[in-house]
Design a protein around this ligand. Structure first.
Ligand SMILES: Cc1ncc(COP(=O)(O)O)c(C=O)c1O
Length: 463
């Protein structure tokens, strides 16, 4: 290899086949273990749009989009070109003692989608966008406590973990901040906590990543009113639901009159190219945080607002508008859910299809017939969520479709595909899923044998 150049393609060609061993030796050892256990240990070579390809050129349909990051699919040419351009411009990026134009331009565009919000802080991830909102809410209200919802997921750094609604993620990392959980959309529980007078904010995902549960219709507005009556803030975590995922730019916009005080975004905002996080907020909140010149760096991040992330963000919003991506998410999402919902009548193991736009939850439930109930009950006794895993595995192994179980101990598969998918991808998924359901309803065979193997292994999942 010449000393003046790192030949990445040659490096990958030479060492790529060691990928699982390298991960097992130097990174999280449970990842390769888990992937081997469920037969997901593939060697993908390249990706484009909503597809991956292995070395033999087999095409895999991506219904996960890197946990929701690749809203435009992989390697969108406009975003890729923007990242190349910004590198080639040789900008004096991150000097820290000037104001570069790109963050201002991206903030201007983002805020054009969110009337009522005035300012943006750019960080590097979803959890950082949440940490920012938690700090800003405390600073602006002068109160310490944050409320959050049962089963919430807001990221895994210490502050975000303090408002995580799942014991499994928290265990072993305490003590965390003294924040308080309430059931999703429960006004009574919210009112009771607000009366104590120490609540800075409630943080909520308009549609929870875990299980794809939406705040009930009309409830977000009522929650907002109650919070504001008690001079507490509404934080909407739109890290997963934002940037078009649910068929609106932000999911809270589905409900008229909802105007959060702070909104967290990340994931899809950079088209998957460069890590990014954004916390949008009302002007008065930012004025409290940055209240004097000596507080100019009171909340900042070394890589925040970097030129690559900003360029990728600008390009992503450009594509979103030009290709009418949000409208596509709405239209294809409706079609997708309708096609899946039609299967609920046909298959007794299928309980419900829910969601909005291209954030879809498929829930399995206890079958009525004795033939299926025996197998179902055995799986449930071993661990909840194994049936959903039993569906995810043949979807990949037989049909080359990547999906995930929507959180530990849930019989729910979540689909969060790139927002650019069309009827073609919907057809491919529905055909494959129908075949897997047919198999499952035979009550015997390979799928149930595999279920018994799963009973012996514990397999984790992510909201
Ligand atoms: C709703 C929500 N908030 C926050 C996060 C954390 O984002 P990140 O993984 O970029 O830190 C996630 C990630 O899945 C999320 O779904």
């Amino acid at each position: 290899m010449p000393a003046d150049r790192l030949d990445l393609a040659a490096l990958i060609a030479e060492r790529g086949s060691e990928r699982y061993e390298l991960n097992a030796r130097y990174l999280n050892p449970q990842l390769p273990r888990m992937l081997h256990a469920i037969g997901f240990d593939r060697y993908y070579e390249r990706a484009e749009g909503p597809y991956f390809y292995d070395a033999e050129g087999n095409e895999y349909l991506d219904m996960l989009a890197g946990f929701g990051i690749f809203a435009l699919g992989r390697h969108h040419p406009v975003v890729r070109a923007a990242v190349h351009q910004v590198m080639d411009l040789g900008l004096p990026d991150l000097t820290r003692f000037d104001c570069s134009p790109l963050p201002g331009l991206l903030a201007e565009q983002l805020l054009s989608y969110t009337p009522g919000l005035d300012r943006v802080f750019f960080g590097n991830s979803g959890t950082e966008a949440v940490e920012t909102a938690l700090k800003f809410a405390r600073c602006a209200t002068g109160r310490p406590r944050i409320l959050y919802c049962d089963h919430a997921f807001h990221g895994l750094t210490a502050g975000s973990l303090s408002v995580n609604g799942e014991g499994g993620f928290r265990r072993g990392f305490g003590p965390l901040l003294p924040d308080t959980a309430i059931p999703l959309g429960d006004l009574g529980a919210l009112a009771k906590e607000l009366k104590k007078g120490d609540v800075a904010a409630l943080i909520v995902e308009p549609i929870q990543g875990k299980g794809v549960h939406a705040v009930p219709p009309g409830r977000l507005l009522a929650v907002q009113q109650l919070l504001h009556e008690h001079r507490a803030l509404l934080i909407c975590d739109e890290v997963q639901t934002g940037i078009g995922r649910t068929g609106d730019f932000f999911a809270y916009q589905h409900e008229e009159g909802v105007q959060p005080d702070l909104v967290c975004a990340a994931k899809a905002l950079s088209g998957g190219y460069v890590p990014i996080g954004a916390t949008l907020g009302k002007g008065w909140i930012f004025e409290k945080v940055y209240s004097s010149m000596d507080r100019v760096l009171v909340h900042s991040a070394s890589f925040g607002s970097n030129a690559q992330a900003m360029a990728a963000g600008l390009a992503t919003l450009h594509v979103l508008r030009e290709e009418r991506v949000v409208e596509n998410a709405h239209r294809v999402g409706e079609l997708f859910r309708a096609r899946l919902a039609a299967l609920v009548e046909r298959y007794e193991l299928l309980a419900e299809v829910r969601g909005r736009g291209l954030m879809i939850g498929i829930e399995f439930g206890r079958p009525k017939s004795l033939k299926l109930r025996t197998g179902w009950t055995a799986l449930q006794a071993a661990r909840k969520g194994l049936f959903a895993q039993m569906v995810v595995v043949p979807l990949l192994q037989r049909h080359r479709i990547l999906t995930q179980v929507s959180g530990d101990h849930l019989e729910v598969i979540k689909l969060i595909p790139p927002l650019i998918i069309t009827e073609r991808e919907v057809d491919r998924f529905v055909d494959a899923f129908t075949e897997v359901m047919e198999d499952a309803h035979r009550g015997s065979g390979l799928m149930w044998d595999f279920g018994r193997t799963l009973v012996k292994q514990a397999v984790g999942s992510r909201p």
